[in-house]
Design a binder for this molecule. Sequence first.
Ligand code: CS2
Length: 532
Amino acid sequence: MSLALDSDSFDRFDEFSAAGFRVPQFDPRVMRKATTAAPTWVHLGAGNFFRSVHAIVAQAMLDGGHETGIVLANLRDHTVVENSRRTDDLFVNVVMNADGTIDPALIASVAESAQLASDAATGWDRMSAVFRQSSLQLVTLTITEKGYQTVDASGEALPEIADDVDCGPARNRTAIPALASLLLTRFHAGGTPIALMSTDNFSDNGDRLAQAVRSIADLWVASGQAPAEFADYVSDRQRVAYPSTMVDRITPSPSPAVAAMLAERGLIGADVRERSGGGPLASFSNTESTSYLVVEDDFPNGRPPFELAGVLVGDRELVSRADRMKVCTCLNPLHTAMAVVGCLLGFTRIAHMMDDCDIRALVEGVGRHEGLPVADTPSGLDPAAFLAEVIDVRLPNPGLPDSPQRIATDTSQKLGIRFGETIRRHVDVGDAQHLTWIPFAIAAWVRYLLGVDDDLAPFERSPDPLLPAIDNRLKGMRIGDPETASSARDLLADEAIFGVDLVSVGLAPTVEGHLGAMLAGAGAVRRTLHRL
Ligand code: CS2
């Protein structure tokens, strides 16, 4: 037997349940009707993380008696919404437990989905109607770190969003102008308050979102494309709030191997198809069991009953501390160090890397020796226990199909967040000179940028918006010539990338030392790491 996902699935929950699925404890038809009549929650960015965090939170609230689900919107990639519709917005989430067992669940918390790309008038019109409704309390976003950059240092719109800004509030193609445009629709419809909540992975993400939305509003006001009062609306926290969040759940791209295993066991059917080019499977997501969502309680139009889903709701201090603990010290810096080293050493699985003594030492070094001593302690969470779970349970999870290549995506956008704050804290207490592992990880990233692995075979670097610009700056660097490590000096001084100027805080020589050693020739990355 295999279980197809379609609108008939609503009548076959007992079949899914008999096959081992956790099934919704609510009637999706009733939920959809209630959501269409009075939508409360829109999510922008229909990726894997959404399917493993937001959709699960919504499902838990619905199971607990809440009445409305999520209106899902996606921008660029139209196949995501097409695929979601193909399974009537139902999907399967599989938790891969560290002990090798799995927990599949049928997720039905998406009430409807809309495609917002410029050619999709229907989706845009529907979403405009949703934004006009005063019932709407919350918009969450997963648009990745780089999605928040709208203007350069001088306030000029970045090239990739300049077109959107120029064409004014319309069916925009990039996330922040699209959100600002929908917000303008709401403003014109009476401007009922709303919370816009970033759930991307960096500290003070609410402030960054506020800044990004306001920058677009200012540009439109300045060019006469929006009334001056619109800028007041998006700047008044009583009317448009930007709560900060901490989000945590390791969610690899859906693995064809996991899909095949589930199909073999009859747990999913032929409807789970792979997008051409090996991309995400919209009706299926795989994730770990650990999950945190910590939310700043700042919702001027009310909020969903997050507590029903185990979400921690607290003040700004709680969120900031939890986020810095995770993003700057206890999880993401370990990930980024593993990602670049893993690509250089030919790994394709994070779990396998944890069996390698040298890499384990690197993870311990970045986390236990250099992160933990300066980690924040959020009330109710213990950084040492959090880190121990990361190192001993989450990273070695053999069922989680996570890869260094996934995590190496956009590293230039992550380094400042993941290492900068920690380095600054060590500078403040006067012991930055003793840092070893973090400078090694930074040097490994620069070595990674050469696109040649430790056996001197070329590899494809993961996507990153800064690659062309950085390649230009590193032209003088060569494998076989350790002296050329000094050509990275200008890059290392770039505070926009590292969050600190590594030259002026005195860490450039350490980074260049590691880098020079790794440039010696074949096997030099492994030797340098082993000697640390
Ligand atoms: C990863 C994160 O892609 C990355 O850079 O480090 O996606 C990580 O899996 C999550 O932050 C875990 O919560």
